[in-house]
Ligand binder design. Sequence first.
Ligand SMILES: NC(=O)c1ccc[n+]([C@@H]2O[C@H](COP(=O)([O-])OP(=O)(O)OC[C@H]3O[C@@H](n4cnc5c(N)ncnc54)[C@H](OP(=O)(O)O)[C@@H]3O)[C@@H](O)[C@H]2O)c1
Length: 314
Amino acid sequence: MGDEKIVIITGANSGIGRAATYIFAKEGHVVIMACRNLEKSKVVQQEMMKETNNDNVDLMELDISSFASIRQFCSEFKEKYNRLDILIHNAAYFNHGSKFKLSPDNLELTFATNTFGPFVMTESLLEHLKKSNDPRILHASSNIVKHFFDEKRKIDFDKLIGEMDDTKGFSVYKMYSHSKMALVMLTFKMADEYSEHGIKVNALQINGAKMSKDTLKKVSPGWRLVARMQNLFFPPASKMADIYYYLCTSREWNNTTGRNINDKKEIMISSKDNPGIGLQIKQLTSNIFYPNYADKKENQDKLWEMCLEVSKDM
Ligand SMILES: NC(=O)c1ccc[n+]([C@@H]2O[C@H](COP(=O)([O-])OP(=O)(O)OC[C@H]3O[C@@H](n4cnc5c(N)ncnc54)[C@H](OP(=O)(O)O)[C@@H]3O)[C@@H](O)[C@H]2O)c1
């Protein structure tokens, strides 16, 4: 094994995933773009190969919200490649303003895409990760988890399977924040579970990155206006992609696992229960604290159990 890494990036056809594909390919690594829309992604794959002068940019079909698709992807990947060095769970569903939807496996779509899918894919690729001499997994999280500084906020585990009785109060925005919190919890739990195999698992808390026109089209008109305004201030997607690259390849981070990391590449720390007003303000405004809901063992165990339960027949 030389310095060349075998890297899977989900949602690699757009935004941060696309920018990450560029940098990994430019640096001479083998990149597997794991994308659901092959027609659209083929164009990006061709551009990436041309712009980076690297023919090792592969494109493979993956709908991360579907267990059947994950199974198919992983089985083809294992036939083609003998190990996996870096797995970046970048794809996400955040079509704010959309109605309640179910995944092909009867799971609420936001959770299926952002939490259960990454869990199932990682578990399916474990043997290949173990064959790497420096396996690293990175989860794309979001500052939207800040809603959990409100100690009343909880993931409603009972409402993630099957049709909801009443979808009136349903909000993709809320589900997105819960699914990203769940992804941080999975980061901590997976880091523990996989530590004996030397597999490092971390999350990057993204505050914002310029969104493409395609991405803006996915949200409802009200949200689109908000996103357009945010885009005026957000850094380019390539800034976040550079951080993906750094966290997944640099020697400085090769022993770090089970951490939530901010976009200044600082390890974030857990919030305190019942903070005074000063600390509350600091937690909300600084980028150094994450809600300690993520650390609580009972929350992590509940999520882990549910991940195992929903994927047991796949
Ligand atoms: N941009 C921000 O301000 C921001 C802030 C916080 C966190 N993040 C996180 O950063 C990551 C990248 O976001 P981005 O801004 O680069 O968004 P983006 O450009 O919309 O990229 C999202 C990617 O996910 C893919 N995807 C969605 N559902 C999928 C599925 N079921 N199967 C496979 N691929 C799927 C999309 O594919 P299609 O093109 O086929 O839809 C797209 O390639 C996400 O995890 C997001 O939550 C972004």
